[in-house]
Design a protein around this ligand. Structure first.
Ligand SMILES: [Zn+2]
Length: 101
């Protein structure tokens, strides 16, 4: 028996703890990262602006929850802004490979 009517939980952040609503990993989780680069592959400036806004909100929330020592700035930067370049390169490479067929 299949349950095709079941709606999947989107991989979005649960605030203020910033864990994924679907898979409970730190957001952006691997699925969210894949979804984001797929959505924004043709508008990377918008992707970075979006993620920078999310980074600001996450630091604010997490600092409020745990002010001492607070979120690690380097780790937070890597978590939100350190990954898109390599993911975008993979999506573009895959697209080129598909177009060359
Ligand atoms: Zn997730």
């Amino acid at each position: 028996m299949s349950d095709t009517r079941r709606t999947a939980t989107p991989h979005l952040p649960r605030r203020p703890i910033w864990l994924c609503r679907a898979c409970v990993q730190e957001w952006p989780c691997p699925t969210a990262r894949t979804d984001l680069v797929t959505e924004y592959v043709d508008d990377t400036v918008a992707l970075y602006v979006y993620l920078a806004g999310m980074l600001f909100d996450a630091i604010t929330d997490l600092h409020r929850l745990n002010p001492e020592p607070g979120p690690n700035p380097t780790r937070m930067y890597d978590r939100f802004l350190g990954w898109p370049a390599s993911h975008l390169a993979i999506v573009r490479h895959t697209r080129r490979a598909e177009n060359d067929r």
